[in-house]
Design a protein around this ligand. Structure first.
Ligand SMILES: Cc1cc2nc3c(=O)[nH]c(=O)nc-3n(C[C@H](O)[C@H](O)[C@H](O)COP(=O)(O)O)c2cc1C
Length: 172
């Protein structure tokens, strides 16, 4: 793999892919973003990285998106010891309020279990949902950036701007 910061994502209808591209465009860290589509490249390109961004939509009532499900066994083999990981999820709080951003929570659990350090959590104010596996227990925060291209697409740019600053400072 190259010298960039890997951004690993999966996407069925293109929303998460679109956000990944916007992140790559706006990123102003010292190393560029290296986009890795899990359906094309699998998870091996992220093996050696010290910093990593992961993007995942939630599908099928609280489940991993298909490409993530296909690569899940390989993902669970990765040792994330000491790796700083920033997560973003893409979900739909109006359509699926009981499972909002669950996939981000599933991925976060695995990253932590494998020794990774999650950075750049995000406040849960400004959202309407009933339950989410992506909340930090006992805090008013998601474990990463929660985006909603279905019901709150208007908020995405501003959220990205704030969150990316946080990620860049945690990665430097
Ligand atoms: C059948 C279906 C099930 C979904 N299930 C969930 C869900 O459980 N939780 C959630 O937050 N969003 C859910 N969504 C919303 C998607 O996560 C959202 O549309 C996302 O932007 C899709 O990203 P993608 O285009 O990158 O695949 C679901 C959407 C569909 C069509």
């Amino acid at each position: 793999m190259g010298n960039g910061v890997p951004l690993l994502y999966g996407s069925t209808t293109g929303n998460t892919a679109g956000v990944a591209e916007r992140i790559a465009e706006r990123w102003s860290g010292s190393e560029p973003i290296e986009l890795i589509d899990i359906s094309a490249d699998g998870v091996t390109p992220i093996m050696e990285s010290e910093t990593l961004i992961i993007g995942a939509p939630t599908w099928d009532f609280g489940e991993l998106q298909q490409d993530w499900a296909d690569e899940w066994q390989s993902f669970c083999q990765i040792d994330f010891s000491g790796v700083r990981v920033a997560l973003f999820g893409v979900g739909d709080q109006l359509g699926y309020p009981e499972w909002f951003q669950d996939a981000m929570g599933l991925i976060a659990n695995q990253v932590c279990k494998a020794g990774g350090v999650l950075v750049a959590p995000w406040p849960n104010q400004g959202y309407k949902f009933e339950a989410s596996l992506a909340l930090i227990e006992g805090e008013d925060q998601f474990i990463g950036l929660a985006l909603d291209e279905d019901s709150q697409a208007w908020a995405t740019d501003e959220r990205l701007e704030v969150w990316l600053k946080q990620v860049q400072s945690e990665f430097s």
